[in-house]
Write a protein that binds this ligand. Structure first.
Ligand code: APR
Ligand code: ZN
Length: 232
């Protein structure tokens, strides 16, 4: 084991084998809408009920899916790894949490959280939100939005993430198309500071050239195999 500090970045592809739809697959449209047309503050202002329906459906679907072997393998890696370990996910599902990952950052927010625009509170949320939801903190209704980072908004915990990228020895990207910044740019920093960069994905991503190594396959197969090798 040469690497001491590991940073893992995950995207929708790691949850695909659990049955969570990805964003940019051929069937990645939601009732004919591109994700870029519902996941924006403008879309929410224009048509809040459409945006709520999109996230309410995805939140409800979480009740029907389970973590797969890739999520579990990452939780096991974190437990077994003697050095630093940070898991940064772009996913808004809760499958890493349910698999047992602890040092975990949801950089794009979480389906199971809400954010009140009246008082600024953020809180856990289960069930449908809809347009009329009332804030559990200030009781204002109609001002609660999903706590999701939309296009044009700044991801959470960027400082912590960038610090971890600048000090990692091993950077691993799993199941992400590399289409959305700043997540897609993290590999460039990792590469610049001399980390070994590995990509595990179904197909080469848009940032494939930045990785030293690309392994192709389904996450539920290639992630456990990679973890086993690393811990051997
Ligand atoms: N195993 C591994 N990789 C897979 C699998 C699988 N079973 N199925 C699909 N993939 C790969 C696809 O080939 C694709 O490269 O996962 C990637 C998923 O890409 P996207 O759908 O673009 O998801 P992601 O990269 O997470 O999107 C980033 O975009 O819409 C926003 O905020 C949203 O967090 C999301 C961000
Ligand atoms: Zn409130």
């Amino acid at each position: 084991m040469v690497a001491r500090s590991i940073l893992v970045l995950t995207g929708a592809g790691i949850s695909a084998d659990s049955g969570v739809p990805t964003f940019r697959a051929a069937d990645g449209l939601w009732e004919g809408h591109r994700v870029e047309d519902v996941a924006t503050p403008e879309a929410f202002r224009r048509d809040p009920s459409l945006v709520h329906a999109f996230y309410d459906a995805r939140r409800a679907h979480l009740g029907k899916v389970e973590p797969n072997r890739a999520h579990v393998a990452l939780a096991e890696l974190e437990q077994a790894w003697p050095g630093d370990f940070l898991l940064v996910t772009q996913n808004v599902d809760d499958l890493h949490d349910r698999a047992g990952s602890k040092n975990l950052v949801h950089m794009h927010g979480e389906l199971k959280r809400g954010w009140c625009l009246a008082c600024g509170s953020r809180f856990s949320w289960s069930g449908a939100m809809g347009e009329g939801a009332s804030c559990p903190v200030c009781a204002t209704s109609g001002q609660v939005r999903p706590d999701i980072v939309w296009f044009g908004e700044e991801p959470y915990a960027m400082e912590r993430i960038e610090d971890a990228v600048r000090t990692c020895d091993l950077f691993v990207s799993i199941g992400t198309s590399g289409a959305v910044y700043p997540a897609a740019g993290l590999v460039q920093t990792a590469r610049y500071v001399g980390a070994h960069c590995v990509e595990l994905n179904l197909e080469p991503s848009q940032g494939s050239i930045f990785f030293h190594e690309t392994r192709l396959g389904r996450a539920s197969q290639i992630v456990p195999a990679w973890v086993e090798e690393l811990l051997a």
